[in-house]
Write a protein that binds this ligand. Sequence first.
Ligand code: SF4
Ligand code: SF4
Length: 260
Amino acid sequence: MDELEKLKETILKEFPRLNRESKFQFRCHKDINCFNKCCTDVNIFLTPYDIIRLKNHLHISSQEFLDKYTFLPIDEKQNHPVVMLKMEQDENKSCPFVRDSGCSVYEDRPWSCRMFPLGVASPKENGTTGDEEFYFILDEPVCQGHKEQRLQTVEEWMEDQEVKDYSEMGNQFKEISLHEYFKKGKQLEPAKQEMFYTVCYNIDKFREFVFESSFLKRFEINEDTIIKIKEDDKELLLFGLNWLRYCLFGEGTMKVSKSK
Ligand code: SF4
Ligand code: SF4
């Protein structure tokens, strides 16, 4: 993690900053001689929405997905739990989803795989204010895509990679993960860390908590919402993020039932 911290610092201080209209040269395709080389020994942080897409693609529960494919890096500086994709223990440390023909979960691949070679930096994450989020190019030596003759804007790349849903869900998640509460140096107690982990990463367990405890009696939740969150993981995650604002930060995002 220390190396990642250093990389973050370098990105903020030295990398050219791109916006949505900035153009960059890049093309990735199956006939390129580095095909699949970027899918080994790579650090992939998974967002809550990444996990929903992947576990549904694989037709397994969020618990099974977490057990089989992820690990929690230990970092005392981290305000809340983060989840990373676990590489295989083979010689190359391959991604568990890479095959000779390419990515086996391509339609539901994680946000960072879609965005590559672009990254997004949030200066606010490092406690600085006044700086807006920006994009930057990750120029990995193994990647030959930068030599290909295709010029596109950041916006065009994001459209091509279909990141819209991921970005929208990611923005909702950032409202929690970059919350003022953490900037003041406050830490979540273990029970709240657990709640954060369940809502953000173990969506099926959160559904059990909502529907198999007294939860629905304790809060005023309209019927339409109950129907939506019962069936739809994305709706449940959005609901869960609101619930986190209430239970972690004391915001008025939930209404306690009068008949509790
Ligand atoms: S999820 Fe797919 S695109 Fe991402 S590293 Fe794994 S194989 Fe490559
Ligand atoms: S290394 Fe770069 S160009 Fe090669 S397959 Fe990966 S993303 Fe595409």
